[in-house]
Design a protein around this ligand. Structure first.
Ligand code: PEP
Ligand code: MG
Length: 849
């Protein structure tokens, strides 16, 4: 058999690719071939070869012929969204197959009901795509019939390596970004290379992408801990490599952790059927809360585009103008926007400037397509590539591309965006929601959001959480059967949407919402009071800060000062270290924002999971056990001295306290004290500074009595103390559920620390995550903690909780927790204590059917 012949993999009707209702296939953006409308549900091998790609969704397969040509068979259109439902693979990736072997069985009936088309493109891939010499189409075909034939590839003269290649620099980098190279870091890569004269490629598992192409980078599918190779040529190659290596090898300072999915069951298969009155749909928590309201359905505005262009020059210019207009609008909306919304707009800006998207679109325009058709086609191709990665986070980023497609098409077709208007108090129901649509909505009056698709970490979810709108996503297709105006109870604590509930459930939900709103308002009203227990015992509630913006928010929320300024965050988002003057100015701004409240400045805690690109540390087998915290500062004393002088110069001199991270014994403290004295001498400071140490290693907890002689206060870093006590990496996703600071071993170390501090009359604070956990707070106080340094957003709740407890009650809880055998047992015990830390939806649950 010739190696350049393909036989039909299906029984059905062979149609031209142009008939496929998807511009990616119809526009031959992936390759050339035909599409078969199948009459039977088995796909067979069209030639001998090896399975090159078989995604977990089993909706497509790529077979590599013996001569190395890749053949893609994509069963139906939009079938990736079925998540594998209705498909059964007969082969595995890497397996050798013979022509006619069954590859995939699929449920023809299910596909007919669920996807827009069964047309199955059978494509030859490659760059360039092989030249077809025969194409059997517009006729019925049987399995094994001749379908395609192609010419032998032209011999391509081996390219002599260019001067740039010869001079190319390479660097291997282990990616530390929590979610791999997704939209944000991909966008940052392009930004980091701006102005550098270098061509940079990122290579991963045999594939490569231009480092300036956000879409190209995302489609590599690089995840955390993957090793990538960076290759750069050109004048600024070294600087470009440095910038990218720094970006990829440090964790994202603002990486958002997914809302724990265990909290809600994902949409079940049963959720496709319509739900009757009182029935419930299960979804994934995107933003916590409870809401009642009528359903308001949002339908996507479809934009019709003409395929044929009106001339290459005119269409190219139109596309450039439209993109520039959208870019300008995005830049305008970035002005004055902060937080999650700003990050999303920045990601959109990077995508709209993506050179790979533009050159692919211009190539299609060059083939006679209209600007709108070309833009839609390249965006859809990128979306397909992202979804094929089978990485939920990447697939969620596809929403951003859909949004951009929409915005550019609106400009190109001269339409204005239909800003969805949703009646005040309604619960928005949609298949999916674009970030720009949510931003355009009157979010202040929206009661809740329910999406059939989406994920907990999609940008819409992040925006909903930032705006405090309860939201569930991934509710499944049944959501779309809900009628406009149907009364809904959205329980985004349990992950349920109750459709047309009975009066009892409705009343309970309304009561619950009213109580929660009242409680939040009450907590905010009294947030500026001092933190005190019900018996008057003073417990200071401070904030953990990483920036000036955090400080402003913290003060509004009632922070009594800053218990932990993570100064390394001021060093992370840049190419060089801030000098002494810059540091001093930033610390001064934060101190001023705190308006006289204490500011606890922790010296740099770099190394471990917080490397700094421009301060390369020696390669370490185990960075968490290597140079980090105070060890790094003492290894780079000049950096420590600069920082000490900058902090000690802040006015008024008594406002700042110094806190040392990762201390294990008194020797380190004594050395740093000598540096502090020297810094004071140099800047002429005579006022003493309060000095504290982080208790975040078992060594420091066990040596607390000895450390207490040397310092003014302790601040317990429960994040690291838990990591080092339980010997579980704090970034390990598989161990995340077990990495619990309420483990009795950690609690015993906290108890020991507080006792040692008490014996010497020293204060004990907690600045790790436990201080923001309402279940843990009473236990910490009962163990002898005087000060809690929390995430700014929870301060009103923590203060309110403290006011409901007496020291005696806290001590009882602490004793009981210390006596438990495991973290689960401690949490189970906590669940029995019914106070403000209890779950807000408990009452609703008790009346549900
Ligand atoms: C801690 O370890 O608990 C802590 C507060 O420090 P970081 O999270 O910055 O390591
Ligand atoms: Mg720490």
């Amino acid at each position: 058999m010739s190696e350049r012949i393909l036989r039909s993999p299906l029984r059905g009707w062979s149609a031209p690719l142009e008939e496929v209702p998807d511009p990616v296939f119809a526009g031959r953006m992936l390759g050339d071939g035909v599409a078969i409308d199948p009459l039977e549900g088995t796909l067979y091998a069209p030639c001998d070869g090896q399975i090159a790609v078989l995604p977990a969704t089993r909706h497509a397969i790529t077979l590599r012929t013996v001569a190395g040509t890749d053949i893609l068979m994509h069963i139906g259109i939009d079938t990736v969204g079925l998540g594998g439902e209705g498909f059964e693979a007969c082969v595995t990736a890497g397996q050798a197959v013979r022509s006619g072997d069954p590859l995939i069985r699929f449920d023809l009936d299910l596909l007919t009901r669920r996807v827009p088309s069964l047309l199955t493109p059978v494509l030859l891939l490659g760059s360039p795509v092989p030249q077809l010499t025969r194409r059997i189409q517009n006729c019925a075909v049987n399995v094994g019939d001749l379908l395609l034939e192609w010419a032998a590839p032209q011999a391509v003269a081996a390219e002599a390596p260019s001067r740039q290649d010869e001079a190319a620099l390479t660097r291997s980098v282990r990616v530390a970004l929590e979610h791999g190279i997704h939209a944000r870091p991909a966008a940052q890569a392009a930004a980091a290379l701006k102005g550098l004269r270098a061509q940079v490629q990122v290579h991963f598992q045999g594939r490569s992408a231009d480092a300036r192409s956000a879409t190209g980078l995302m489609t590599l599918g690089v995840r955390r801990d993957d090793a990538v190779e960076l290759r750069a040529g050109g004048a600024d190659a070294a600087a470009a490599l440095e910038a990218l290596a720094g970006l990829f090898s440090k964790p994202e300072p603002n990486a958002r952790r997914a809302v724990p999915r265990a909290a809600a069951a994902p949409a079940s298969a049963a959720s496709k059927a319509p739900v009757g009155p009182g029935g419930a749909l299960r979804g994934v928590l995107a933003s916590r809360g409870l809401a009642v309201g009528p359903a308001a359905l949002l339908r996507r505005q479809e934009i019709a585009v003409a395929e044929a262009g009106s001339g290459i020059d005119a269409e190219s210019a139109a596309l450039r103008r439209a993109c520039a207009q959208v870019q300008a609008a995005l830049e305008r909306s970035l002005d004055g926007t902060r937080g999650a919304a700003a990050e999303i707009i920045t990601a959109h800006l990077a995508l709209i400037e993506d050179p790979a998207l533009h050159s692919s679109a211009l190539a299609l325009i060059g083939q006679g397509k209209s600007a709108a058709f070309a833009w839609r086609a390249v965006i859809r191709q990128s979306i397909e590539a992202l979804r094929a990665l089978e990485d939920g986070r990447m697939a969620e980023r596809a929403d951003d591309l859909i949004d951009l497609e929409h915005q550019v098409l609106l400009v190109l077709t001269g339409q204005s965006a239909a800003v969805p208007s949703v009646a005040a108090g309604a619960i928005l129901i949609a298949h999916e929601l674009l970030p720009s649509q949510l931003v355009g909505l009157e979010t202040g009056t929206l009661a809740g959001i329910c999406l059939a698709a989406g994920g907990a970490t999609s940008h819409v979810s992040i925006l909903a959480a930032a705006a405090g709108i309860p939201a569930l996503v991934a509710l499944g297709a049944a959501l779309e059967h809900i009628q406009e105006g149907t009364t809904l109870v959205l329980d985004a604590e349990r992950g349920e949407l109750i459709v047309d509930p009975g009066a009892t459930v409705l009343d309970a939900a309304r009561r619950q919402i009213a109580q929660a709103a009242e409680r939040r308002a009450r907590e905010r009203r009294s947030a500026q009071r001092e933190g005190r227990l019900a018996d008057g015992t003073r417990i200071e509630v401070l904030a953990n800060l990483g920036s000036l913006a955090d400080a402003e928010l913290a003060v509004c929320n009632g922070a009594e000062g800053c218990g932990l300024l993570r100064t390394e965050f001021l060093f992370l988002e840049r190419q060089t270290a801030p000098d002494e003057a810059e540091q001093r100015a930033e610390y001064q701004r934060i101190a001023t924002a705190l308006a006289g409240r204490p500011l606890t400045v922790r010296t740099l805690d770099i190394g471990g999971d917080k490397p700094i690109p421009y301060l390369p540390l020696p390669a370490e087998e185990n960075p968490a056990l290597g140079l980090r915290g105070i060890r790094t500062s003492l290894w780079r004393e000049a950096l420590l001295d600069e920082q000490l002088r900058a902090v000690l110069a802040v006015e008024p001199p008594g406002q700042c306290r110094l806190l040392l991270p990762m201390i294990t014994d008194v020797t380190e403290i004594r050395i740093v004290r000598a540096h502090i004295e020297d810094a004071c001498r140099r800047i002429g400071r005579t006022v003493p500074v309060e000095l504290g140490v982080m208790i975040e290693t078992p060594a420091s907890a066990l040596m607390a009595d000895s450390l207490a002689r040397e310092v003014d206060f302790f601040s317990i870093g429960t994040n690291d103390l838990t990591q080092y006590t339980l010997a579980m990496d704090r970034g390990h996703s598989l161990l995340a559920a077990r990495l619990d600071g309420l483990h009795p071993a950690v609690l015993r170390l906290i108890a020991r620390t507080a006792e040692a501090a008490h014996a010497r009359g020293r204060r004990t604070a907690v600045c790790g995550g436990l201080a923001s956990d309402p279940l843990a707070v009473p236990i910490l106080v009962g163990l002898g903690v005087h000060e809690l340094s929390c995430v700014p957003a929870v301060i009103p709740q923590i203060k309110a909780l403290l006011a409901t407890l007496t020291l005696e009650q806290c001590r009882e809880r602490a004793m009981s927790a210390l006596a438990q055998d495991s973290a689960e047992a401690v949490r189970a015990r906590c669940a029995g204590w019914d106070d403000a830390a209890g779950e807000p939806a408990a009452a609703l649950r008790s009346v549900q059917p």
